[in-house]
Design a protein around this ligand. Structure first.
Ligand code: E4P
Length: 217
């Protein structure tokens, strides 16, 4: 399972990279705004800065919602750095753009996916990643993990190579459940990844080992 961190915060991206288990980064316009990154030039430079920190794929989202605009913007993003993945919204024009980029060998991430039918379309368009938002589904009393399982089954039925990128992960248990279902990738805050480290018996066991070592030395 690949681990992506879902943030535009460079310190957190560095920290995740230093942990040694990071496979990529996802961003979105809200996450960029949260870091105060505004203006086209600054936004483009920020994507390059992120790519310089991590080794893997970095999703950069288009703002345009028409096909021509998505192609223009996505091409500009893809030309920024070899690690950039063009992130496209799950709308009709987004699917057309995913097909366009896929035919050109440019990686894409179809985002804002909330149903199995949307995920099927993304796969047929040749998207590299599909991003079902599990936390936002949970927020409206709908089982986000069930959607991951549905997409897994559909993709396996037909051998689609589009990777299921479980997005809107909110906590550690989401990661474990997605891993059990077989999501290819998860993206979430650094805290959700670091949560995997914790177990009280580890802390108790380590304290005892150190205490016993001190007795004999
Ligand atoms: C995915 O690529 C999105 O950036 C993200 O996971 C959305 O998460 P949120 O629902 O916590 O905003």
């Amino acid at each position: 399972m690949k681990f992506f961190v879902d943030t535009a915060n460079l310190d957190q991206i560095r920290e995740a990279q230093n942990l040694g288990v990071l496979d990529g980064v996802t961003t979105n316009p809200s996450l960029m705004a949260k870091e105060g990154i505004t203006g086209r030039e600054n936004i483009l430079q920020h994507y390059v800065d992120i790519c310089d920190i991590v080794d893997g794929d970095v999703s950069a989202e288009v703002i345009a919602i028409d096909f021509d605009g998505m192609v223009k913007e996505g091409t500009e993003l893809a030309n920024l750095h070899s690690q950039i993945v063009v992130k496209l919204p799950m709308i009709k024009e987004g699917i057309k753009a995913a097909k366009y980029f896929s035919d050109k060998g440019i990686k894409t991430n179809v985002t804002l996916v909330f149903s199995a039918g949307q995920a099927l379309l993304a796969a047929k368009a040749g998207a590299t990643y599909v991003s079902p938002f599990i936390g936002r589904l949970d927020d409206v009393s709908t089982d986000g993990l069930h959607l991951i399982a549905e997409i897994r089954q559909i993709y396996d039925n037909y051998g689609y190579e589009t990777q299921i990128l479980a997005a809107s992960v909110r906590h550690t248990m989401h990661i474990i459940d997605c891993a059990k279902i077989g999501a290819d990738v998860m993206t979430g805050p650094l805290s959700s990844i670091e949560g995997l480290l914790n177990h009280p018996l580890t802390d108790i066991g380590l304290a005892k080992f150190l205490e016993d070592y001190k007795k004999g030395n």
